[in-house]
Design a binder for this molecule. Structure first.
Ligand code: AMP
Ligand code: GLY
Length: 432
């Protein structure tokens, strides 16, 4: 029997732990450090995801046979290398392979070498040169991106040249994201529908997951500041079988091959953030982990044993693993956010109604920013919960998720009301 350790504290980690616990191979699930939801269902371990030594010691003491890492920070800092050096089994990319997310310059160069469709770009380590380049472009709309990790805030989508100059200044001269702004990518601004396509990789072989769509903007109609994600659903109907085939052949497979060619085999989750443009799907970014909140609807739909799947990836035998099985139904996740999020928000407010919501059929409440105080679940982060429902159709999943989230109360708590509507509009436009 296996003991597994999930590293992280968000909704993604709750969903991963929940799915891993369903495996008949799994005896104990530990989450470090976890949240109120994982505390109730599994065993929380008060070790920070950056404390590799502490995590390794725990894994050795508790006989952990597989560790799964949620967030990009520890991956980019080399948690996989550290675990492997200690002789421990862990699912995720090495520090070098995690550059695919940790360095936008690395990712863009890899895409260029492998002829993977992505926005036209140039890279700079000198702000004055970046300014000269912007002047040469004139009025072309661009996105300015800090090279390194910036908690999802390092990409600035610019409407005017003035905004682009300001973005270069903010990232490179003011160093708003610290060393992440030593280099930048300036790229062509693309238009279209965004799509998240994730694949489990073992270095050679990849197993693509079902497509999902995130909702990054804070408010209805994709307005307001960017967030970590206000809701997600799967499947995404705009990802037709033909389009997915194209994404496999032109994006995912070449990326895995190119990593191998560069001597950095990629094991872990390869997450392609795509823009569906009139000239085909193009990569906005690669991530090296499950998306949050995409992971929540994906885990609701996954029927394959997640432990067996990740175990096969760690052993480099995905080619022998059977095709991944999915629930045909749609899953939709709505995030309950704290008052003030994504800006400053307060913590400690009580949350009620979670049990009532979970009592609904085909509803699962994944915790994210929650903690337990004297037995009461309280707010402990900006994204509090991901209320996720399965339904025979996307409208049905949406109806159930919103019915469930209405049962949950916390002072100042709010959510977007239009999760999934882009898919519904797309279906109407297609006359389906
Ligand atoms: P990234 O940090 O690269 O994932 O970008 C974050 C968000 O910025 C994406 O989810 C998009 O909404 C937007 N974005 C990034 N690159 C582009 C681009 N080239 N054109 C338009 N929007 C973009
Ligand atoms: N949902 C977007 C991300 O995980 O990066």
């Amino acid at each position: 029997m296996a003991n597994v350790l999930v590293v992280g504290r968000g909704g993604r980690e709750h969903a991963l732990a929940w799915k891993l616990a369903q495996s008949p191979h799994v005896q104990a699930v530990y989450v470090a450090p976890g949240n109120a939801g994982t505390a109730r269902e599994f065993v929380n371990v008060p070790i920070d995801p950056t404390d590799f030594e502490g995590l390794i010691r725990f894994a050795q003491e508790q006989n952990v046979t597989l560790t799964v890492v949620g967030p990009e920070g520890p991956l980019c800092a080399g948690i996989v290398d550290a675990f492997r050096q200690a002789g421990l089994r862990i699912f995720g990319p090495t520090r070098e392979a995690a550059q695919l997310e940790g360095s936008k310059v690395f990712a863009k160069q890899l895409m260029r070498r492998a002829a993977i469709p992505t926005a036209e770009f140039a890279t700079f380590d000198d702000p004055d040169e970046a300014d000269r380049y912007l002047r040469s472009l004139g009025d072309v709309p661009v996105v300015v991106k800090a090279d390194g990790l910036a908690a999802g805030k390092g990409s600035i989508v610019c409407d005017t040249p003035k905004e682009a100059f300001a973005a270069v200044d903010l990232i490179m001269r003011q160093r708003a994201f610290g060393d992440a702004g030593e280099r930048i990518v300036i790229e062509e601004r693309l238009r279209g529908e965004e799509l998240s396509v994730l694949a489990i990789c073992d270095g050679r072989t990849l197993a693509r997951l079902e497509p999902a769509q995130d909702h990054k903007a804070a408010y209805d109609g994709d307005r307001g500041p960017n967030t970590g994600g206000m809701g997600a659903y799967s499947p995404a109907p705009m990802a037709t079988p033909e389009l997915l085939e194209e994404i496999d052949q032109r994006i995912l497979v070449p990326a895995v091959h190119q990593m191998k060619r560069q001597g950095i085999p990629f094991q872990g989750v390869l997450y392609a953030g795509l823009m569906l443009t009139p000239s085909g799907p193009k990569v906005l970014e690669f991530n090296v982990r499950f998306g949050d909140p995409e992971c929540q609807p994906l885990m609701m739909r996954l029927q394959t044993d997640l432990y067996e799947l990740l175990d096969a990836a760690v052993d480099g035998r995905l080619d022998q693993h059977p095709a991944i099985a999915w629930d045909d139904r749609a899953a939709l996740c709505v995030v309950l956010a704290a008052e003030g999020y994504p800006g400053k928000y307060t913590k400690g407010q009580p949350i009620t109604g979670i049990e009532q919501a979970e009592a609904m059929a085909d509803v699962k409440v994944f915790h994210a920013g929650t903690a337990l105080r004297d037995g009461q679940v309280v707010v402990d982060g900006g994204r509090i919960l991901g209320v996720t429902a399965l339904g025979d159709s996307l409208p049905e999943a949406k109806r159930k998720a919103y019915e469930a989230i209405r049962l949950i109360k916390t002072p100042g708590g709010w959510c977007r009301h239009d999760i999934g509507d882009k898919a519904l509009r797309w279906l109407v436009d297609q006359g389906r």
